[in-house]
Design a protein around this ligand. Structure first.
Ligand SMILES: [Zn+2]
Ligand SMILES: [Zn+2]
Length: 325
């Protein structure tokens, strides 16, 4: 007899911790049985994740074909991976924020066109050849674990969606992804937050190819929004399913990014360097190749935010952008 993997969040809304092959170990998938039967987020497509979601559905007396709607908080593979499979098995409507369809979801469909731009972006910001060499292989492996939906319906900021017998407002919480959405139940002071805020790690705020120009600026505004909203509880994508203290955590994360901005400004002011070189100073510890790429994208988001504020400049030098005071 196994212990139930489901946590009841509110009424008919249940959270499931689904295994993913990433350091966070699990992603939160929500199941609502109130009707329309809904999944929120779907995990990466692995046999373990399929099995876990099937198990969660079965515990609620459901099977894949019963799912009528899939809402995805953002297009990242650990949240979007199985969306196409659920759509295929059930005919469920897959929904993302309209911004995310243009900026994120599309890239799974245009992946072959996206890859060269991604590689060039990393190269232009100083990623060395030995790390560039693994980029295509790693990227392709992730792509193989994502089944994009054939048809995606847009949700809009401010729209009300029925969930767990109530009405939830769609929020736009950009930064971690351009079109990251939240679902807000004011009556319960309950937020479905995805990766917009996390209790144990700072959500990666990275500047990648083909994204909005200032993800960190977006994220600082999102933190302000979350602070003002002050939810009593939030369902989070990792290390959850539930967290409290969102307002204090939002303030803490803002302080953390301000410290990093001060650091990048001082380092680039001291010596002109590429974002990759700055990332070695900001994240001096040993990281694997994927970790070094996240570190580069995160450092770059900070450097570009400072450049857009007029506090740093950048110059093209010997095949890469260098940031300086
Ligand atoms: Zn994410
Ligand atoms: Zn995630």
């Amino acid at each position: 007899m196994t212990v139930s993997a489901l946590t009841r969040v509110h009424g008919t809304l249940h959270a499931l911790q689904v295994p993913i092959p990433y350091p966070m170990k699990t992603v939160t998938v929500l199941i609502d049985t109130a009707g329309p039967v809904t999944l929120i987020d779907t995990a990466l497509d692995t046999p373990e994740a399929r099995g876990a979601i099937e198990g969660g559905l079965a515990e609620l007396g459901l099977h894949w074909p019963d799912v009528e709607r899939v809402i995805i908080t953002h297009h990242h593979p650990d949240h979007y991976g199985l969306a196409g499979l659920v759509e295929e098995r059930s005919g469920a409507a897959v929904q993302l924020l309209d911004v995310e369809i243009g900026r994120g979801e599309r890239y799974w469909h245009l992946w072959e066109d996206w890859l060269p731009g991604h590689v060039k972006h990393m190269q232009d910001h100083g990623l060395p050849p030995e790390l560039l060499a693994t980029l295509e292989h790693d990227s392709r492996r992730t792509r193989d674990r994502v089944q994009p939906a054939a048809r995606v319906q847009p949700l809009r900021e401010g729209q009300l969606v029925p969930l767990a017998g109530g009405e939830w407002e769609v929020l736009w919480l950009p930064g971690h992804a351009d079109g990251h959405l939240g679902l807000w139940n004011a009556e319960e002071s309950l937020l479905i937050a995805g990766d917009a805020i996390l209790p144990r790690i700072s959500p990666n705020i990275g500047l990648y190819a083909y994204t909005r120009p200032d993800p960190l600026g977006d994220y600082l505004q999102t933190l302000g929004k979350l602070e003002a909203l002050n939810p009593a509880r939030a369902v989070v994508g990792h290390h959850g399913p539930l967290m409290t203290g969102v307002q204090a955590r939002a303030r803490e994360l803002r302080g953390h990014h301000h410290e990093r901005l001060d650091f990048v400004r001082a380092e680039a002011g001291r010596e002109a360097r590429s974002a990759y070189a700055l990332s070695l100073a900001m994240f001096p510890r040993d990281l694997n190749t994927a970790g070094r790429r996240f570190a580069l994208a995160e450092t770059l988001a900070h450097a570009e935010h400072l450049r857009l504020l007029g506090q740093l400049a950048r110059t093209w030098q010997e095949g890469a952008w260098v940031y300086h005071g």
